[in-house]
Write a protein that binds this ligand. Sequence first.
Ligand code: PGA
Length: 247
Amino acid sequence: MRRKLIAGNWKMNGLLADGVELARALSNLAAGEAPNCDLLVFPPATLLMTVGGVLSSGPIALGGQDCHGEAGGAHTGDIAADMLADLGCSHVIVGHSERRADHGESDSEVKAKGQAALAAGLTPIVCVGESLEEREAGRALTVVANQLRGSLPEGGSPVVAYEPVWAIGTGKSATPEDVAEVHAELRRVLGEMRGAAAAAETLLLYGGSVKPANAAELLGLEDVDGALVGGASLKADDFWGIARACP
Ligand code: PGA
């Protein structure tokens, strides 16, 4: 039985005081009520230590937004997976479409990052998703399947997030039918890659304009095991509203 996971990606938002305020608000909500899911936040790297301190005694886990594909060395500005683990992170996002677009990350680089995460004892959340142009050309399933084949690390228990690029930060979520179709395809490809048992255990998250108003419908789909939430994760009540929508 896969327990749902609701993960909040804060992206490049928040100074120290904002991070503390948001983490305290989440921590207070968690003290009052246990939603039917695991909870995870990805603050910017500058806030990991502080936010980790605020969340340390509660149920909300901590993750990094990216890591390097190598274990260490001369890579100015980058962060190694074991540095994240050292700060108490359990997860790291790899291959987010914003990283793929802003930094030209290829599938093989994303795979190396996921492999580095596993080696450091972290669970990578491997993101895949088609552009609007690819969807309109009828290629969404092929694109995400190829990204998954190229980006998924070997071994461990990675999480996969389907995030259609056109739905991220646009307020325009994919329809439940589209999400169901892509998630079924991802599970089928996972079966080819890792075998049926591993595919059945793998968490498949949906991301792209998830909010309290559409969460119940998306999280109610058979192959949707949680959500990767951007904008709505910056407001404690909205993030909580999504967590509460887990069936
Ligand atoms: P969004 O972002 O919820 O703001 O669309 C999702 C994501 O990029 O993970």
